[in-house]
Write a protein that binds this ligand. Structure first.
Ligand code: ZN
Length: 308
């Protein structure tokens, strides 16, 4: 393993290719992750049909947040289900990459970020010789959408405090608090799968959505029962997945956020609204060089709190 300044920007050390089913179309899609230069960020490009523009993975490109987080290019073509790959980039500290995809959405893989993390770890990262800069939260910013509440608060670590509350015995109320480091991401979040209720999936199927959705890429709940034979990967896999989604969606700020993100009953819509609210108020943040103690995955990588 090559040791370098951990506060440097990185990209993938070589191209990474993955194929899988798109959860909404049900069609096979292949994505290719290519190295990119410093300060180019994460960009997506459709390679099916005529050559499209590279779409920056920033909140201004977001077209929808209902069933997944979806970006739209200047040519009107969309790229859906980007959130788990975005979480993997952010979780592993990969700042710059060009992602080619030959269809309208990224492959869902097993419903978590595990396959992305595995392939990205095999490829390794390449240091780009330029310091990473972070968005530091300077004052509290709050967003409420219905019953969902989000807050960004000043904090000297990229910290998450996520709570979900579903009227279901298998899910119920779950919370977790953690400082985001590559170690915590790999161990505590990357394998947490998306989840849904059977009656909701059936309704989506009728409307022609979620065609690729199956027990191979989601935890399905029917009443107070998990339908997957293998059960859950953790009793609180549900909140871990919501935390994974939050990591991916907050990455749409274009840089890592240095602050505490607290969300209650959140989701893609709240997460993206939170990024927009922060960046809309120039007195709420500034840009600072990444402190090395944040970037280098401290030995005290810790799960501050995880409880069912
Ligand atoms: Zn998700």
């Amino acid at each position: 393993m090559v040791h370098h300044d951990p506060a440097q920007q990185t990209t993938v050390a070589r191209a990474v290719e993955l194929t899988g089913v798109g959860v909404h179309s049900g069609a096979d899609v292949t994505l290719t992750i290519l190295p990119a230069g410093a300060d180019t960020g994460i960009r997506f490009v459709r390679t099916d049909g005529p050559a499209g523009p590279a779409v920056p993975a920033i909140w201004q490109s977001v077209a929808a947040t209902e069933l997944c987080t979806m970006l739209e290019g200047t040519d009107g073509r969309t790229i859906g289900t980007i959130e788990h790959l975005m979480a993997a980039f952010r979780g592993l500290g990969i700042d710059n990459a060009l992602v080619e995809v030959d269809g309208p959405e990224l492959p869902i893989m097993d419903g978590s970020a595990a396959a992305f993390v595995e392939e990205l770890d095999l490829a390794g990262t390449y240091p780009l010789g330029m310091r990473r800069r972070m968005i530091r939260v300077l004052k509290p910013v709050r967003v409420e959408i219905g019953a969902s509440i989000g807050e960004l608060l000043p904090c000297d670590m990229p910290r998450f405090d996520i709570t979900i509350d579903f009227p279901s015995e298998v899910v119920g109320r779950q919370s977790m608090v953690f400082d985001l480091t590559p170690g915590v991401f790999r161990k505590e979040l990357a394998q947490a799968r998306t989840f849904g209720w059977l009656h909701e999936v059936e309704a989506l199927w009728k409307m022609g959505f979620a065609r690729g959705s199956s027990l191979e890429n989601a935890v399905a709940i029917d009443g107070d029962r998990v339908l997957n034979e293998e059960g859950t990967r953790w009793p609180d896999e549900f909140v871990r997945h919501k935390a994974l989604d939050a990591v991916g969606d907050l990455a749409l700020a274009g840089r890592s956020i240095l602050g505490l993100y607290r969300s209650y009953k959140g989701g893609h819509r709240l997460n993206v609204a939170m990024v927009k609210a922060l960046l809309a108020d120039s007195s709420a943040y500034d840009l600072v060089p990444a402190p090395t103690e944040v970037a280098k995955a401290p030995a005290r990588e810790m799960l501050l709190d995880a409880r069912v």
